[in-house]
Design a protein around this ligand. Structure first.
Ligand SMILES: C[S@@+](CC[C@H](N)C(=O)[O-])C[C@H]1O[C@@H](n2cnc3c(N)ncnc32)[C@H](O)[C@@H]1O
Length: 248
């Protein structure tokens, strides 16, 4: 990957992404500037900005089973073959995907999300002896212990500084599986262009979160599964070794 200084990476794309969002969403665009992740993601669910019926708490089409099925299979296989007994799912969303992992792998599960009404609903509807939910901001709150940490289609909605904070906050996990919406190399302008936290991902501006590229530069141990989408983009799940703390 090309070595582009961090300040250039962060300079142009922020205004470019803002302009793109304004154009695309017009007056319905929810401006994340100066607003916390809790406020922004709560508003995304309240306004159904990832889809779903009004009033439904919907995490988006990326959580549909047709898309998530290879991920569920790969993660379940990993859990079984490594004797994993507990997982934490950071940014668990509406639990459509997590529920299938629990059902297939029979593992103790803690779903963490920053949106209070989502966590209340999940706990009420799905909480059990094996399954619980916690309302936390994964960029700053201390996270529950587990044998394995899952982060599926969450980092793609955060800025590079927030991603670094999440990775540092995950340094106590000995196993980490991360899923991101990415582009094939020939369609990617540059990986890890910076954006503000919110409804969009980097894919709309020709980029994606690639943890093995700068500024994160983490050793990815293996690609667990790739799910190609009709538009040529890919939902990619990778495994990292534990303690993925990155230099600030
Ligand atoms: C696109 S959804 C993915 C949901 C789920 N992982 C899945 O694959 O079905 C992204 C989720 O990350 C959550 N999220 C974003 N930033 C977060 C943060 N800082 N702390 C906790 N959750 C966060 C959002 O509220 C949202 O539910």
């Amino acid at each position: 990957m090309r070595r582009i200084p961090d300040w250039i990476r962060g300079l142009v794309p922020l205004w470019l992404a803002d302009a793109y969002r304004r154009l695309r969403h017009g007056r319905t665009w929810f401006d994340p500037r100066g607003r916390s992740v809790r406020i922004v993601f709560t508003e995304i669910y309240r306004r159904n900005l990832w889809g779903g019926h009004p009033g439904e708490l919907y995490s988006g089409p990326g959580s549909e089973l047709a898309v998530a099925e290879p991920y569920i299979r790969a993660v379940t296989e990993y859990i079984h073959s490594h004797g994993i007994r507990s997982v934490v799912d950071l940014g668990c969303g509406d639990f459509r995907v997590g529920r299938e992992v629990v059902a297939a792998a029979g593992v103790r599960y803690c779903g963490v999300d920053v949106v209070p009404e989502l966590i209340e609903r999940n706990q009420e509807a799905f909480g059990s002896e094996l399954v619980r939910f916690a309302c936390q901001d994964i960029t700053r709150d201390s996270l529950p212990p587990a044998d394995l940490c899952l982060i599926r289609q969450v980092l793609q909605h955060l800025s590079n500084a927030q991603i670094r904070a999440v990775l540092q906050n995950c340094s106590h996990y000995s196993g980490l599986i991360v899923t991101e919406h990415v582009l094939p190399e020939d369609k990617m302008i540059l990986p890890n262009l910076d954006i503000r936290h919110g409804v969009e991902t980097r894919v709309e501006i020709g980029s994606a979160v690639v943890l093995s590229a700068l500024p994160f530069d983490l050793p990815v141990v293996e690609v667990l599964c790739d799910v190609p989408l009709p538009d040529g983009s890919i939902i990619r799940t990778v495994r990292l070794n534990g303690s993925p703390a990155t230099p600030g």
